[in-house]
Write a protein that binds this ligand. Structure first.
Ligand code: PMP
Length: 365
């Protein structure tokens, strides 16, 4: 060996491809490619961020203590069983890395979140893909993939990039049928967009069952994606294992303060949810109205829509043409969605704009 050699499995990882915000020629685009909050973050969170600037020379609280206590109070949880992370991506990696290694298997669904693949492979685990059912999670397909080498199952509920939701009954059925040694990670990045009667009971499961971990984020409805703040909740031993390998100062002081303020900003969260509900319905109706051009909308429970292009214009062509018209949406061929575009719900102007642009593209073809 004449130079440092990465482990074979590292070179097998396809790098994460982030949502675009500018075109290949450098033109700034309306960014509807990363499921961010088009309304920004709450005024209190913004204020907390600027107030925290005086703390910059000091290391942050390594245990995110106040933030864990506030999350616990909000959701009626035990703060000792909460772990905070550099985005929920951090928590997903910690879970995979603490519970699996070379020779172990990690299951997730086809059309699942791209980070699961990277987290699974990072320490030599083998990703195992379970077939979807109508783009949604198929509990039986997951169970059929379980072997004695399975260590972790990742489920995003609702799911990204499909927007689909599995019911509490289905998630409970999965947990009940999994062998006790398998960690079930319920990724609730979009949980705040659900209606009250759609709750999948993930937090209750994590509170009472020995093998369930929930992850949540401040990047979506709270509008704090740039600050990188996420959290997990699970049994003490699971959180304890993850805390051993967590980087000590993994959430910045500004991030902890902003997240605290965001948690208290209930009006902002409610209006973000309402905005999303309204414009998601509007966009869904508009795109469904383009069904004669081969568009098919997958019903969504999140802040984005997956639309399939099954007519004359391919998803790749539509993606490129939208970019020329100033809009970045997400084409996801790397996740097997060659004919799909994922469109984040934007402001009213952005949402109307992207729908009009897509209609013009389809009509001109
Ligand atoms: N899980 C899912 C399903 C997501 O879509 C995302 C963001 N794209 C994340 C987790 C990670 O978000 P963050 O690291 O910003 O918390």
């Amino acid at each position: 060996m004449s130079k440092p050699q990465p482990k074979d499995w590292i070179m097998g990882i396809a790098p994460y491809v982030p949502g675009k915000s500018s075109s290949d020629s450098g033109q700034k685009l309306v960014k509807l490619s990363a499921n961010e909050n088009p309304l920004g973050c709450s005024p209190a969170a913004k204020q907390a961020l600027s107030d925290a600037s005086g703390e910059v020379p000091r290391y942050p609280d390594p245990g995110s203590t106040k933030l864990r206590e506030a999350i616990a109070a909000k959701h009626d949880l035990d703060p000792a069983r909460i772990i905070c992370g550099t985005g929920s991506d951090d928590i997903l990696h910690l879970a995979a890395n603490a519970f699996s290694g070379p020779g172990d298997e990690i299951i997730y669904v086809r059309y699942g979140f791209a980070v699961y693949d990277i987290a699974a492979r990072r320490y030599g685990g083998t990703p195992v893909i379970a077939d979807d059912v109508n783009y949604g999670t198929d509990v039986d397909a997951i169970l059929a993939k379980v072997t004695d080498r399975t260590r972790v199952v990742f489920i995003a509920n609702p799911n990204n990039p499909t927007g689909t939701l599995s019911s509490a009954e289905e998630i409970r059925r999965l947990q009940a049928a999994l062998p006790a040694h398998v960690l079930l990670v319920l990724d609730g990045a979009y949980a705040e967009y659900l209606e009250a009667d759609e709750d999948d009971q993930a937090l209750e499961m994590a509170a009472t069952l020995p093998n369930v971990l929930v992850t949540r984020t401040f990047s979506k409805i709270h509008g704090l994606a740039a600050e990188r703040i996420g959290w997990g909740y699970g049994p003490e031993e699971i959180i304890g294992a993850m805390n051993r390998i967590r980087l000590p100062f993994n959430v910045t002081t500004a991030g902890q303060e902003a997240a605290l303020a965001a948690l208290a900003s209930e009006d902002f969260v409610a209006s973000s949810r309402e905005h999303n509900r309204r414009w998601r319905q509007w966009l869904s109706d508009e795109l469904t109205g383009m069904g004669n051009h081969g568009l098919r909308v997958i019903p969504s429970h999140t802040n984005f829509l997956l639309v399939l292009l099954e007519g004359k214009v391919t998803a790749e062509q539509a993606n490129n043409a939208l970019m020329e018209k100033g809009y970045a949406v997400r084409w996801l061929p790397g996740q097997g969605l060659v004919n799909g575009l994922r469109i984040t719900i934007g402001t009213e102007e952005e949402t109307r704009g992207v729908a009009a642009a897509l209609r013009a593209i389809l009509e001109a073809a």
